[in-house]
Design a protein around this ligand. Structure first.
Ligand code: PGA
Length: 249
């Protein structure tokens, strides 16, 4: 039985004051025996998470990392720096990075390799645009996105990754994928993993992201291959985030 994982993706939101209240609001209310919970925050606030969450059952992480170790990469943050702040997770290949920073499948694969080499768990995002969805290309698009990563990592690494299916048309739009759509895509992603490592594929967590909210979480999370959620907007309100965590637990 896979343990569910609910991850808040704060995106470029927050402030020291705002975060202090949000973290205090969720901190002692997550039962880590029920499911795993984490927040992925803007890099400047990792120290704050480390201070506020270190004695809690909630993990923390970042939203991106550099594909390189160190050196002349102004503005970038390395895997080792994330490890310095005790991050467990790092989101890689979010559709906003793919669209707004032109991140290619190849670059994303390099980042995944870098995260794994540092002991971080990459949350690898895949997802199709509305145009691709309407054209019936969902599985082709997400299949290619995942295959390009799998080609760069070892068979053993499959058990160290988390995947997030995030249809671009569902992110921040209030229009979530139906549980059936999510289930169908998730099982196709698991089949991809199984081609490379059938045992690890059974244990791999595949999260759904895209307008997951307290009122649709239970139904989405009840699907056989939906192992948790990557939560944007709803992760910025303690009550909403907790409601989703409880729906998973
Ligand atoms: P949303 O974002 O929950 O606000 O749709 C999810 C995400 O982009 O990770």
């Amino acid at each position: 039985m896979r343990r569910k994982l609910v991850v808040g993706n704060w995106k470029m939101n927050g402030s020291l004051v705002f975060n202090a209240a949000l973290l205090a609001g969720i901190k002692d209310r997550v039962d880590s025996r029920q499911c795993d919970a984490a927040v992925c925050v803007p890099a400047p606030y990792l120290a704050q998470c480390q201070t506020q969450l270190s004695d809690s059952g909630i993990f923390w992480g970042a939203q991106d990392l550099s594909a390189y170790d160190a050196g002349a990469h102004t503005g970038d943050v390395s895997a080792a720096m994330l490890v310095d702040f005790s991050c467990k997770y790092v989101i890689v290949g979010h559709s906003e990075r793919r669209a707004l920073h032109s991140e290619s499948n190849e670059l994303i694969a390099m980042k995944v390799v870098r995260a794994l080499a540092s002991g971080l768990t990459p949350i690898i995002c895949v997802g199709e645009t509305l145009e691709q969805y309407d054209a019936g290309l969902t599985k082709v698009v997400v299949g290619k996105q995942i295959d390009d990563v799998l080609a760069m990592i070892s068979v053993e690494d499959i058990e160290k990754i988390v995947i997030a299916y995030e249809p671009v048309w569902a992110i921040g739009t209030g229009r979530n994928a139906t549980p059936q759509i999510a289930q169908d895509v998730h099982s196709s992603l698991r089949a991809k993993l199984a081609l490379k490592n059938p045992i690890a594929a059974v244990g791999a967590r595949i999260l759904y992201g895209g307008s997951m909210k307290p009122d649709n979480a239970k139904e989405l999370l009840s699907m056989a291959d939906v192992d948790g959620g990557l939560i944007g907007g709803a992760a910025l309100k303690a009550a909403d985030f907790l409601a989703i965590v409880h729906a998973a637990g």
